[in-house]
Design a protein around this ligand. Structure first.
Ligand code: BG6
Length: 468
């Protein structure tokens, strides 16, 4: 591409604590909601029984192997690494007044190691997990008390790590609560819209309070939101479909609207009325919401189509969001519709809407990798996917969109969130472990490792025009 990404552009990869760390009960950690989801975010919830298998208990053992993994990220040329703090390592039950020191010390070591390699951490406060106690004894985020607990947790980590961590995110894919309330908010599945939106409201207030605390406690800190940015296209040019797409995109943009503008958008009140939702929103809540994020972050994997004429529609069978099929797109082995140009569309849309810097904090291809007879992993399909998406990021930069960086999901193979599989691989670094957690856990560079290293080194100049 005859274009170089800006020198300030942050290049890296993204992960989440419960998908890499393992050590699920080490050093005083409490159980988290993820610890009772052995089959993934959409699978059955399973109370823990001693001896039962949960692949996340050990995951890829980043908890102990982080020096080797961070050294590999440095070798890749990363200037940024996105990770999350497991809230239940810091406050094991979530409602304590004092933090667990061993948990705090663990992340000290991680941030020191990153600093040693000149890698900027981008830290998510809550990525698809929270202390299980809060879900079981407080009904998760439906309970207003969680705002205070989260504020305490956020302030604790800002004070402790604010010297080394300047980039923060509040809730991972905050809009996931609409689709999977237990994963997003510790709220039982099947909860009615009243409780669901009340829980979401509490999260939005807590997020704004964390933004304020970050601004107060982290010198030169920047904090963003994080949305699952799966845009919906109208399937046809019928005005009904155009309006349906507008409405469905508002389902996720609603979160960005509140977090970026500091108040509820006008369109939501009609929806609340139609759903019979009467929000308990106090004057203090309204005031809290006015503390807005510094940048917008989002994950991008797929797009979908909508139509009010349901009989025209086919749906993907993928596991996070059921999306209407787009006849122009191909899908991954897990049914996620691949749409590089859609990333340019989302970047332009978000920048037009918010006029704040954007950060692509997840994007990648989950695929089965095989080690060939020479011991190599030739993941050209992943290289193609990433090349085509990054090319569109370059185009968006030239469109004038302000983009802080790109952290692909995930730099190293890890446990899939939705299906709890190891065989759904995303990494530049292969990890020897299977879906039963069997394997040496040894790390191995894939072909994409050397490709991404070149991309970073050439500041995107070696990206080639998409073939599709
Ligand atoms: C995002 C999540 O939805 O997608 C990650 O933030 C997740 O936690 C990623 O891993 C990919 O999904 P999956 O199900 O393939 O792991």
């Amino acid at each position: 591409m005859a274009f170089r990404f800006p020198d300030t552009f942050l290049w890296g990869g993204a992960t989440a604590a419960n998908q890499i760390e393992g050590a699920y009960n080490a050093d005083g950690k409490g159980l988290s909601t993820s610890d009772i989801q052995p089959y993934g975010t959409f699978g059955e919830l399973k109370p823990r029984v001693e001896g039962d298998f949960n692949i996340k208990d050990n995951a890829i053992d980043f908890y102990h192997r982080y020096p080797e993994d961070i050294a590999l990220f440095a070798e890749l040329g990363f200037s940024c690494f996105r990770l999350s703090i497991a809230w239940s390592r810091i406050f094991p039950k979530g409602d304590e007044l004092e933090p667990n020191l061993q948990g705090l010390e663990y992340y000290d070591k991680i941030f020191d190691e990153l600093e040693k390699h000149n890698i900027t951490p981008l830290v998510t406060l809550s990525h698809y997990e929270m202390p299980l106690h809060l879900a079981q004894h407080y009904q998760g985020w439906t309970n207003r008390k969680l705002i205070e607990f989260f504020e305490r947790y956020a302030s604790t980590v800002f004070s402790r790590y604010g010297d080394r961590v300047k980039h923060w995110l509040t809730f991972n894919e905050i809009n996931i609560t609409l689709h999977e309330p237990f994963t997003g908010a510790g709220i039982p599945r099947g909860t009615d819209p009243q409780n669901l939106y009340q829980g979401i409201h509490h999260q939005l207030v807590a997020s704004a309070k964390a933004v304020k605390a970050c601004h107060q406690l982290v010198p030169n800190g920047k904090i963003g939101n994080m949305m699952l940015g799966a845009i919906q296209y109208p399937l046809t040019s019928h005005p009904d479909d155009i309006f349906e797409a507008l409405q469905q995109n508002r389902e996720w943009l609603f979160f960005g609207d509140v977090q970026s503008r500091g108040y509820y958008p006008s369109y939501i009140w009609r929806k609340f009325k139609q759903m019979g939702v009467k929000l308990d929103i106090t004057e203090a809540d309204k005031e809290a919401l006015t503390e807005t994020i510094d940048f917008i972050s989002f994950s991008y994997y797929m797009t979908g189509c909508v139509s009010v004429h349901q009989s025209d529609m086919a749906f993907t069978d993928e596991d996070i969001l059921k999306m209407g099929c787009n006849p122009y797109l191909e899908s991954s082995d897990w049914g996620w519709q691949i749409d590089p140009k859609g990333l340019r569309i989302v970047l332009n849309l978000l920048y037009d809407r918010y006029q704040k810097p954007l950060f692509i904090v997840e994007n990648g291809l989950g695929a089965v990798d095989t080690v060939n007879e020479n011991g190599q992993i030739e993941d050209d399909y992943r290289i193609d996917y990433l090349n085509d998406h990054l090319y569109q990021v370059g185009e968006a930069l030239q469109d004038g969109v302000e983009i802080m960086g790109y952290t692909s999901w995930a730099p190293i193979d890890l446990v899939s969130a939705s299906t709890a599989q190891m065989s759904k691989r995303y990494g530049y670094i292969y990890v020897d472990s299977d879906d039963q957690g069997q394997g040496s856990l040894l790390r191995k560079r894939k072909k994409s490792f050397f490709w991404y290293q070149d991309v970073i080194q050439s500041k995107g100049e070696n990206l080639t025009p998409p073939t599709k």
